[in-house]
Design a protein around this ligand. Structure first.
Ligand SMILES: Nc1nc2c(c(=O)[nH]1)N[C@H]1C(S)=C(S)[C@@H](COP(=O)(O)OP(=O)(O)OC[C@H]3O[C@@H](n4cnc5c(N)ncnc54)[C@H](O)[C@@H]3O)O[C@H]1N2
Ligand code: MOO
Length: 665
């Protein structure tokens, strides 16, 4: 649509550009993951980097370079644990109410930090504070509240209980013993370790130098987070996630930023990175055929250069592993989930080894996969999954968003593997799932179905009540299936019954109740100022749009409630754009806002979010199926209470929805 676009290229130029951009499978050789790891490791010296000394204040998260042997005892002296009197236990034997023992007080009070001056001789006692040094001669402490002070000259104490030897004393070295190995090399220093180092007087500690890892992103489309997004732009999420993951793996990320697909510029940056850092990680442009800059550049930098390009993995096929004069240089695939997955599989272990950390321990759980998952033959496939707790153990749902998405990895609980020689994993298979991001915590309530912005309000109110929710956006039909299989507690749905024209009522069964949610106005979206739609009714605008071949619509996917409504409005007509069927309200709005279409159907809050005009057509009912056998759970009750709360209803209203009255669907 843009009139500012450059003049169209002639045919020869166009062909040259297509060839340059075309993805030719230019991998050196596609090898297995095991082979790739072995080849990479063979070229690297996977030992911790040299040690450096840091102050305790700078030691947090660092890795110990050597075992730490305690140089002193803690406590360094025998210490009183109470406020009271240091005594000789033998003097207290037989003391009781009938025959109290009387001890003469020595002329001092032992405070913390002041060594005692007097010996506790038989028949005497010395006043001592908690933490005071036990004086010579004493072998027990009695609590002040178990004594009576006899004020006289000299002052004495009256004792009515026998004290056992050692009572209320912490002996020297009982906490930390001089010569004991307090911490082992390879330990990551946290606040607890810092406490121990400080307790035995260590102000500095030897830690492994953190590997400096240069992080570069490549691609003309990339925009740094924080800057406005340009047309056809993509925020550089790989740079940010890789830098953070470098730090998590014990490295020191050095963010070089994003570079356009320009060989000279990128080569200069990579050369600088190799000088400044111990390791270089790039992402993007690994499989772009003639445009594959990173690959071309690495080949020029030194020996041995590229050692692996192409791994029989999904995600991760275009991964490129290189070594230049002992320094690893890696090009991760550009797709965000492929990039971070291959980072964890191939790069993080190298950073950990350089950083002195042991290999990361993988934790797995066995889970049932409720659906069949197709897989590409010849590539070992890793499928990212969300885990929910079913009646008979964990269930793993594929996140289903693909390698190009960021959330596939960032929101997954773990992943399962499908063998390279299998074309699918059958439904109901029991498989090991490797957990990501620590042990999976089972959420208090599982919500599966159609997503809506106002659902976040209810989930927020639930979380304020102390319950966690897992929301899996699987669409209304997916929610109905999950509710019927007992895989979720609550399924948000908006499905019209074509027979009755009513929403959701037909989905209730004896085991599944329908709880009303809210009404969302569906309507026609258009760009403000488009006179074909502006200031008209939906009926007028639709009639004229259908008569105007230049008015391009955007449809919705089959099965969506909005699609049912669209087909009803169109009454059998298929105007231009009918076959364009994205799967969400947001995609419809984005297509119109970006001039890829002129009109479509979506809900009102989404129109507002994209600054679009809105002509109301009909309210849609967004309700909740509640699995009755799970209704007694406190979290489910809390969800329903949150849904009805005045505050939640107010917030739902503010988003442009109309909360339904209880029992009205
Ligand atoms: N015809 C074929 N197309 C594709 C194939 C194929 O075999 N034949 N392979 C696919 C696979 S698998 C992957 S993985 C990707 C990898 O492509 P590249 O590594 O060359 O990456 P790009 O083309 O540069 O980018 C792909 C995609 O990722 C986005 N991207 C790139 N960098 C970043 C970043 N720093 N932050 C966020 N997003 C980023 C980029 O915008 C593209 O959308 O290729 C498939 N295609
Ligand atoms: O290898 Mo790509 O990484 O399948 O997504």
């Amino acid at each position: 649509m843009s009139s500012a676009r450059a003049k169209s290229p002639d045919d020869a130029t166009l062909l040259a550009r297509v060839r340059a951009a075309a993805r030719q499978e230019q991998f050196l050789e596609v090898v297995s993951a095991e082979e790739a790891r072995a080849r990479f490791a063979a070229q690297l010296d996977l030992k911790p980097l040299l040690a450096e000394s840091v102050s305790l204040g700078d030691a947090l998260t660092r890795v110990l370079a050597h075992d730490v042997v305690a140089p002193v005892d803690a406590p360094a002296f025998d210490r009183s644990n109470v406020d009271g009197f240091a005594v000789r236990a033998a003097d207290t034997v037989g003391a009781n109410d009938a025959s109290p023992k009387v001890l003469r007080l020595n002329p001092e009070v032992i405070a913390c930090g002041h060594p005692p001056d007097f010996v506790v001789a038989p028949g005497t006692a010395t006043a001592i504070a908690t933490g005071g040094t036990i004086p010579r001669g004493a072998d027990a402490v009695v609590m002040i509240e178990h004594t009576e002070l006899l004020e006289g000259a000299p002052p004495q104490i009256d004792l009515r209980r026998t004290a056992a030897a050692g009572q209320f004393i912490s002996y020297a070295g009982s906490d930390i013993a001089r010569g004991e190995t307090l911490l082992r090399r390879g330990a990551r220093i946290g606040s607890r370790e810092i406490g121990m180092l400080a307790a035995c007087g260590l102000g500095r500690v030897d830690v492994v130098r953190r590997p400096r890892v240069a992080v570069l992103s490549t691609g003309d489309e990339l925009v740094p987070p924080g800057a406005p997004l340009k047309p056809a732009g993509v925020y550089d999420s790989n740079g940010a996630i890789v830098a953070a993951a470098v730090a998590e793996a014990g490295g020191e990320p050095v963010a070089f930023g994003a570079f356009p697909d320009d060989e000279a510029v990128l080569e200069k940056a990579v050369r600088e990175a190799l000088v400044a850092c111990d390791m270089v990680v790039l992402s993007g442009g690994t499989s772009k055929g003639a445009g594959d800059l990173s690959h071309t550049i690495i080949s020029k930098l030194g020996t041995p250069g590229i050692v692996v390009h192409g791994v029989a993995l999904k995600p991760g096929k275009p991964l490129c592993l290189g070594v230049v004069d002992g320094k690893p240089i890696i090009v991760l695939p550009g797709f965000p989930t492929s990039a971070i997955f291959t980072f964890h599989a191939f790069v993080a272990p190298v950073i950990r080894a350089f950083a002195g950390l042991p290999p990361a321990a993988a934790e797995t759980v066995t889970a049932r996969v409720p659906v069949r998952i197709a897989s590409e033959l010849g590539r070992k496939e890793f499928v990212l999954v969300s885990l929910v707790e079913g009646a008979d153990g964990p269930i793993a749902f594929p996140t289903g968003k693909g390698s190009g998405s960021v959330t596939s990895f960032s929101q997954a609980d773990g992943f399962l593997e499908i063998d390279a020689l299998a074309s699918a994993l059958d439904a109901d298979s029991e498989v090991p799932v490797t957990l990501i991001g620590g042990a999976a915590h089972a959420p208090d309530v599982v919500i599966m179905g159609s997503h809506d912005v106002a659902l976040d309000v209810v989930v927020g109110a639930l979380s304020e009540r102390g319950f966690s929710a897992r929301v899996l956006a699987v669409g209304s039909l997916g929610g109905v299936a999950a509710a019927n299989r007992g895989e979720c507690d609550i399924a948000p749905v908006h499905l019209i019954d074509p027979k009755t024209g009513k929403y959701n009522v037909h989905l209730a069964t004896p085991g599944i109740a329908l709880v009303p949610g809210w009404r969302r106005m569906q309507g026609i979206l258009f760009r403000p100022g488009d006179v074909r739609f502006e200031s008209r009714t939906a009926v007028e605008a639709l009639r004229d749009a259908l008569a105007d071949p230049s008015a391009l619509m955007v449809n919705r996917n089959a099965g969506a409630g909005t699609r049912v409504l669209m087909d009803k409005l169109l009454d059998g007509q298929k105007p231009p754009g009918y076959a364009n069927q994205p799967k969400s309200h947001n995609a419809v709005a984005a297509a119109i806002a970006q001039h890829r279409a002129d009109w479509g159907l979506a809900i009102e809050p989404v129109a507002r979010l994209y600054g679009l005009g809105f002509l109301p057509v009909a309210p849609e009912h967004y309700d909740f199926l509640v699995v009755q056998s799970r209704r007694g759970r406190p979290a489910v009750e809390a969800f329903l209470a949150a849904l009805r709360a005045d505050e939640t209803r107010g917030r739902i209203k503010a988003l442009g929805m109309e909360p339904a009255d209880e029992n009205v669907t």
